[in-house]
Design a protein around this ligand. Structure first.
Ligand code: CAA
Length: 256
């Protein structure tokens, strides 16, 4: 049983709550291992249509665990490839929504950005304050934040270490939605249920195609999209979805 996360499945939605409240959900080795070991098998489970990753009202996560990291040497972090296992979380193919209230700092902000979209409570505070610790982002922040908000604002965040509130995060493209604090979880779960109600293969293909936009030229991305779109005509869900529209009824997707 995991110790630093709580995992509950309701229908097709898996809710993952980071659970180190005394350390503001600082991301230590244990929490990383538990997330990867618990969620990667669920990623392959056809009954799981969406993940929601969240913290608590005070913190989504206040960063990598500074106390655990502080005394490590270069050889420790190089030989153990510090943070590399987070790539396994980032590479999961089932959609993941980060529901962020309170602090999402350093690795916490980077973990939220590894998700496919960020829903921010009005209380959310995003930041990459590593510069204040004599380091810099190390879980993807320099790359993902720049892709999401552009060079100028990424430089501002990373070089000054300042925080960004929910309104600024939405305005600049980091957050998909800003939600009233007490409605964050209900609205996020509703969106996750909607995603999980669709055929999983088409959702996975659509997700993968959007991801491709961040990594390829427009021409390559458009070709990738066209080929994936065309491949969907091999699925039963495409036949069902289009037939249901023509017959004016709700589609019954089978994930096939
Ligand atoms: N690592 C380890 N412990 C942390 C932590 C972190 N990132 N963030 C908070 N904590 C601990 C605090 O040490 C404190 O523990 P104790 O009660 O044992 O003293 C507890 O959580 C509560 O924190 P505070 O008392 O500091 O709470 P606050 O409300 O006064 O301040 C805060 C909140 C502004 C978020 C402050 O805790 C803070 O600045 N945290 C560090 C943020 C940070 O620098 N994050 C980047 C980490 S490095 C990184 O993430 C590298 C990377 O790119 C992957």
């Amino acid at each position: 049983m995991p110790n630093s996360i709580k995992v509950t499945q309701t229908g097709g939605v898996v809710l993952v709550e980071l659970n180190r409240p005394k350390a503001l959900n600082a991301l230590n080795q244990e929490i990383m291992e538990e997330i990867v070991e618990t969620l990667v098998p669920l990623d392959r489970d056809p009954s799981v249509g969406c993940f929601v990753l969240t913290g608590n009202e005070k913190a989504f996560a206040a960063g990598a665990d500074i106390k655990e990291m502080g005394s490590k040497t270069y050889m420790d972090v190089f030989t153990n490839d510090l943070f590399a296992d987070w790539d396994k979380f980032g590479a999961m193919r089932t959609p993941k929504i980060a529901a962020v209230a309170g602090y999402a700092l350093g690795g916490g902000c980077e973990l939220a950005m590894m998700c496919d979209m960020i829903f921010a409570a009005e209380s959310a505070q995003f930041g990459q304050p590593e510069i204040k610790l004599g380091v810099m982002p190390g879980m993807g922040g320099s790359q993902r934040l720049t892709k999401l908000v552009g060079k100028s604002k990424a430089m501002d965040m990373i070089l000054t270490g300042r925080m960004m509130d929910a309104a600024e995060a939405e305005r600049s493209g980091l957050a998909a939605r800003v939600i009233a604090n007490d409605e964050l979880m209900a609205e996020t779960m509703k969106a996750a249920e909607t995603i999980a109600s669709f055929g999983k293969p088409s959702v996975m293909m659509a997700r993968e195609t959007v991801e491709r936009a961040l990594e390829s030229s427009l021409r390559e991305g458009l070709m990738f999209e066209r080929r994936v779109f065309q491949s969907m005509f091999a699925t039963e869900d495409q036949k069902e979805g289009m037939a249901a529209f023509a017959e004016k009824r709700k589609a019954e997707f089978k994930g096939k």
